[in-house]
Design a protein around this ligand. Structure first.
Ligand SMILES: [Zn+2]
Length: 219
């Protein structure tokens, strides 16, 4: 088995975090969420964390070079170069190229679904206030009601889940992701998976795709 580095891409609300977590469990490789990495840097008050915090406080994502350094240094430090499921990164073509230079992903799984489906699911979304993990009141409930399976913190309906906010995020996604997806498509690493099904069914389709590429561990 070779090195398995997987990027999970898709619109906001397509279930990237959920699939990354399920895939990480199933394949026994770490799940790296760019959001969680940034929050951990801030929590641990690292030099990066202090810098990033300034942007987060203003509701900004931060300059792409800074974010790129934070994520890549984290992967380096934790010796995750041998394998990971990465969600939330790369967002831009610059980040995709930098990731290729250091820890080139084997493939990029693109979760596809129509905008209407995302909007219809918004009222069902629950988000962890601490680690950002996303749940769904219909399809993916936490084990303890109102509490995150990962860190035990409180789950809430995010204010970010308002229709207009999501519309704006979908617009940004379309603009930013086009060159990134094209980058993976041209290097034959883009694997689209229909994300309109239940989380378990989507995971099955992802595993099937990995098996057809002979990228899975024999379990
Ligand atoms: Zn949590």
């Amino acid at each position: 088995m070779g090195v398995m580095r997987i990027v999970i891409a898709g619109k906001p609300g397509s279930g990237k975090g959920t699939q990354a977590a399920l895939l990480s469990d199933r394949m026994n490789i770490p799940h790296l969420s760019s959001g969680e990495i940034l929050r951990a840097e801030i929590r641990n008050a690292t030099a990066f964390g202090k810098e990033v915090q300034e942007y987060v406080r203003r509701g900004e994502i931060g300059p792409e070079r800074l974010i790129t350094s934070v994520i890549l240094e984290f992967i380096e430090r934790k010796k995750y170069g041998k394998g990971f499921v990465l969600d939330g990164f790369p967002r831009t073509i610059y980040q995709a190229r930098e990731l290729d230079r250091r820890f080139s992903p084997s493939l990029c799984i693109l979760l596809t679904l129509p905008d209407e489906t995302i909007f219809s699911r918004l009222p069902n979304r629950l988000t962890c206030t601490a680690c950002g993990r996303v749940y769904n009141v219909r399809e993916l409930l936490p084990e303890r009601e109102g509490r995150c399976d990962g860190c035990g913190s409180e789950l809430v309906h995010r204010i970010d889940d308002r229709h207009e906010t999501v519309e704006r995020r979908l617009e940004i996604f379309r603009e930013e992701s086009a060159p990134v997806l094209d980058h993976y498509r041209r290097s034959n690493r883009l694997v689209p998976v229909d994300a309109t099904h239940s989380p378990d069914a989507i995971l099955r389709d992802i595993i099937k795709a990995l098996e057809s590429l002979e990228l899975t561990n024999p379990v």
